[in-house]
Design a protein around this ligand. Structure first.
Ligand SMILES: Nc1ncnc2c1ncn2[C@@H]1O[C@H](COP(=O)(O)OP(=O)(O)OP(=O)(O)O)[C@@H](O)[C@H]1O
Length: 627
């Protein structure tokens, strides 16, 4: 697999065509399959495009922190002046002003980082959405929709929290720490070594558990992904779940995913709990040591009381933010876990790989070529899903007009042929030609603009009836819409509905009957007036009257367009000009219904055993097929 990242790391374009493929954080030259863990540099790359905001936020934080570091020095001066009985009002006012300005600067810095976090999430989400819509179908087939949804939702939110919560803490802790350490070293090097010693021990301990926290986070996120996927599965098939009385089983199954996320979360909490006391011991221990050693040094005159107070304040500045540092580091570990799952999607190869060179434009149909090639032709096509061969050496062609029926047993490879014609998959061997051009290098969008598809289960999209009808041709006129509605006998339904074409069809079109969904899907394909219409079992859900009428419609359409129909019904087969018989992935025979009945025993068996006679009528061909 190859990576198609834009080296700039920015999401490019609007997602139209291959130039719109998002890159987000993937790097060129990386093997997307290697699953390499992203590192801190990958996290920093997330901030690309937000440089100014991050810069401004850093500047505010640096100034705020510096103002904070001034405070112990002023306090030291204050104590000295109080001891010397000198005026302190100006110093107190300055200290109060410093407090207020520091708080205001830090609040502004945090706001800017929150905005940055939001824009990182927006960029990643847009990148993920665009990538998922362009990804090769064979890579999408093996993945669970719910898990992908959770990556777009939960994982990106995790990264937002990391950006907003950890960077400012890291910067504050680092600046405060370095500043405080320098000033402590200046005040009393011996006492500084005492504090530093306890902190180094604590830091080693914390570093040890961080890796464990990251792994647990990844496991927890995988659990959330599985939970979303399983819940999506159950809700998608809720009627089947209820009918099978499987609610408890599904609840158990999804509960197990929740438990897995819980277990990983608890493991992370356990590791985190080791860090808390370690920090406390380090903090309390270093204060105790500072007080003890400080008392000795004040008594022997090596240090003044004001220096001891300032040193203690700086020690607070150095030690207290360690809790924040731990928080920031664990947020980063969690962010890295999420980034890995996000990059895993962003690196999926897209359908039209830019590295394969510019796609070949599909020539526009010639007005009237002298000897036009067939509209669709399969030449010695072989295809396997993973290692399972499905099509072997398949050759046949679809002329520019007429109805070609594809028949075969269930699993023979009929839908796979439709997928190859639509370029959802590429053949492993042989060629698929559209209008005489091998579609291998062709931009799939050019090809699909000339083909209409009615899928096997006629899926509708959430939205109105009109949205669904004009999906492939948004600019269709009212007249065109009415015309296709008439063709597929949907006029009456539209009149019956209170909101007509503006009626919501529900999720996946569930507010319509199976037959209505099927007819809407056919109308949708016809509205764009494609040269070739691929229909995967178009009449399976229709009643006898509609089945007959739709078959007549198909015949009419086939007078001026090419139709390739995967047929399970005798009525469709009988209406076909030519029938291609698929037998275990090979073309077994080809001809008209009558020819095949007379000459091909496999076809005869198919008509009796597999093809459905028209509903409400006796099977007319059984007698013919009988030996
Ligand atoms: N995405 C996929 N991944 C792996 N195997 C697949 C995939 N799609 C289909 N298959 C397998 O390929 C074979 C051919 O499937 P296909 O859907 O083309 O058959 P079909 O002739 O259309 O069947 P039916 O008439 O039942 O719809 C089947 O054995 C099927 O299990």
């Amino acid at each position: 697999m190859t990576d198609h990242a834009d080296p700039s790391g920015a999401t490019t374009g609007t997602g139209r065509g291959t130039e719109g493929v998002p890159a987000a954080v993937a790097r060129p030259g990386e093997n997307p399959a290697d699953g390499a863990r992203p590192g801190t540099r990958d996290l920093l790359r997330l901030l690309r495009g937000s440089g100014r905001t991050v810069g401004a936020s850093l500047a505010l934080t640096v100034v705020g922190t510096a103002l904070g570091l001034l405070q112990p020095l002023l306090t030291m001066r204050l104590i000295d002046r109080v001891s010397a009985d000198r005026a302190v009002t100006a110093l107190i006012v300055t200290l109060a002003a410093l407090f207020l300005v520091q708080a205001a600067l830090e609040a502004a810095g945090q706001y800017l980082l929150d905005v940055t976090g939001e824009s990182v999430v927006r960029r990643l989400r847009r990148g993920l959405v665009e990538r998922l819509l362009f990804v090769r179908l064979r890579d999408l087939d093996g993945r669970r929709a719910g898990d992908l949804l959770s990556r777009v939702g939960t994982d990106t939110t995790m990264l937002r929290d990391m950006v907003a919560g950890s960077f400012v803490q890291l910067v504050t802790v680092t600046i405060t720490g370095v500043g405080a350490a320098g000033l402590m070293l200046w005040i009393d090097p011996v006492m500084f070594l005492v504090v530093a010693g306890t902190l180094v021990i604590a830091a080693v301990l914390v570093a040890g558990v961080m890796a464990g926290i990251r792994t647990s986070t990844e496991q927890a996120l995988a659990g959330v992904g599985a939970m979303t996927a399983d819940l999506e599965r159950a809700l998608g098939g809720i009627r089947t779940v209820r009918a099978a009385r499987a609610e408890h089983r599904e609840a158990e199954r999804i509960g197990a995913d929740v438990d897995a996320a819980y277990t990983a979360g608890v493991r992370s909490a356990k590791l985190g709990s080791v860090v808390g006391p370690a920090m406390e011991i380090a903090v309390n221990g270093s204060f105790l040591l500072v007080l003890l050693v400080g008392a000795v040094r004040v008594s022997d005159g090596s240090m003044s009381v004001s220096e001891l107070v300032a040193f203690l304040l700086f020690a607070t500045y150095l030690v207290m933010p360690l809790a924040g540092l731990f928080n920031a580091l664990s947020l980063i570990q969690r962010g890295l876990g999420s980034l890995r799952r996000i990059e895993d999607v962003l690196r999926l190869p897209v359908e039209q790989d830019p590295e394969d060179g510019a796609p070949v434009p599909l020539p526009a149909p010639a007005a009237s070529p002298a000897t036009p090639p067939p509209l669709l032709e399969l030449r010695r096509v072989s295809f396997a899903y993973d290692d399972r061969p499905v099509l072997r050496d398949v050759s046949f062609s679809v002329p520019r007009t007429g109805l070609i029926a594809l028949v075969g047993r269930s699993g023979a490879g009929k839908t796979t042929i439709v997928s190859l014609a639509e370029k959802f998959h590429e053949p492993d061997a042989g060629h698929v030609l559209f209008d005489g051009v091998d579609v291998r290098g062709v931009d799939p969008r050019d090809l699909r603009a000339r083909i209409g598809l009615v899928e096997q289960h006629a899926p509708l999209l959430y939205g109105t009836l009109r949205d669904n009808l004009v999906y492939a041709k948004p600019e269709a006129s009212e007249r065109e819409i009415r015309e296709v509605l008439r063709m597929v006998n949907l006029e009456e339904l539209v009149e019956r509905l209170a909101n007509g074409l503006e009626t919501e069809v529900g999720d996946r079109g569930f507010n319509l009957s199976g037959g209505e969904r099927q007819r809407v899907a056919i109308a949708r394909a016809l509205l764009a007036r494609p040269e070739l219409v691929l229909l995967d079992e178009p009449t399976s859900q229709l009643d006898p009257i509609n089945e007959r009428e739709l078959t007549d419609v198909l015949r009419d359409i086939s007078r001026e367009r090419a139709l390739l129909v995967v047929a399970h019904r005798m009525s469709t087969v009988r209406a076909a000009d030519r029938i291609v018989v698929l037998d275990e992935g090979r073309v077994g025979a080809e001809g008209t219904h009558e020819q095949l009945l007379a000459e091909d025993p496999f076809y005869r068996r198919l008509t009796t055993d597999h093809l459905t006679p028209p509903l409400g009528r006796p099977a007319p061909d059984r007698s013919v097929a009988a030996p």
